[in-house]
Design a protein around this ligand. Structure first.
Ligand SMILES: C[S@@+](CC[C@H](N)C(=O)[O-])C[C@H]1O[C@@H](n2cnc3c(N)ncnc32)[C@H](O)[C@@H]1O
Length: 287
């Protein structure tokens, strides 16, 4: 059988991983409120053991560790060496969170060892999502809970819809991506997420929309904040792949067009853009 997740492993250890590390503080500012919604939904109790899948630079693992306390455990796993390096560097000495470089879809995880399977935007990248969730389910105790947050469709997320629309007429159109291909929006279809979890053996599946306006760029002045948002869209956002091989003049035109699109948004020192996510809950059957 072909190796799984090879593109994602290469990308998150290469360009995406490096860019994510370079923009980690900004990205954490965008993702925080969504991760917090999933944490509140699953309500970790003191002493619980949590597996944080695709933990990236570890912000959600640290937030979970604060909730479960010294008697609990959080294991953050991620395929990206640079992001796990950043997570270890950012972790305070007294956190109970541990970090491991591993592909969550195939890593040897202790059976039945976790009370909660959690993720903040880290479960949409598997080549075989049903197989991955079936594998991760075995690491949950009987009756254990799942909580993760994932993006809804790109068209519902202004942080991607606005800059992509701004590129029309500047960058030649490409075929629309397969909405189920591994990537940030592959869990946009609620029915598909429910089917994946059910096929992986989970029950009590509940999928609720969660919307928030998030700081996509920040600066001392309105102009600086808009420049920061444009940089973020071009470096790590949806445009990073679309513009990767484009010449400098096209990149400059694209940047100006994205700036014009962002200039209409509410902003004093933060450009606030709407994000649309699912908060997904499920349970491992009791036996
Ligand atoms: C969008 S980032 C989110 C990172 C982090 N959870 C956050 O909210 O900042 C997705 C993360 O999933 C990780 N990832 C992708 N496929 C994975 C896999 N098969 N196993 C573990 N981590 C994976 C990536 O390396 C990346 O760090």
């Amino acid at each position: 059988m072909a190796e799984k997740n090879t593109y994602q492993i290469t990308d998150w250890n290469g360009q995406s991983g490096e860019r994510w590390v370079a923009n980690q503080a900004r990205l954490d500012a965008v993702a925080a409120v969504f991760g917090q919604a999933a944490i509140e939904a699953v309500a970790p109790a003191t002493g619980e053991r949590v597996l944080d899948v695709g933990c990236g630079a570890g912000a959600s693992s640290l937030a979970l560790a604060a909730r479960v306390g010294a008697g609990g455990q959080v294991l953050g796993v991620d395929i990206s060496e640079p992001l796990i390096g950043r997570a270890r560097a950012l972790a305070p000495q007294d956190t109970s969170a541990l970090f491991q470089v591993a592909d969550a879809s195939s890593a040897e995880l202790p059976e039945g060892a976790f009370d909660i399977l959690f993720s903040r935007f880290g479960v949409m990248f598997f080549d075989d999502p049903t197989g991955a969730f079936a594998h991760m389910r075995r690491a949950l105790r009987p009756g254990g809970r799942v909580a993760f947050v994932c993006w809804r469709a790109a068209a519902e997320n202004d942080w991607v819809r606005l800059p992509i629309s701004a590129l029309k007429g500047i960058v030649p159109p490409t075929a629309p991506p397969d909405p189920e291909a591994p990537g940030p929006f592959s869990f946009g279809d609620r029915g598909r997420v429910a089917r994946i979890l059910a096929a992986a053996g989970f029950t009590d599946i509940a999928i609720e929309p969660f919307d928030a306006s998030v700081p996509f760029g920040e600066g001392e002045t309105r102009d600086a904040a808009i420049d920061d948002a444009v940089k973020m869209a071009i470096e790590v956002g949806p445009l990073s792949h679309a513009l990767a091989d484009q010449p400098d003049d096209i990149r400059a035109r694209a940047s100006a067009a994205v700036r014009a699109a962002f200039a209409g948004l509410p902003c004093e020192r933060s450009v606030m853009i709407d994000g649309a996510a699912w908060v997904v809950m499920a349970r491992n059957p009791a036996s």
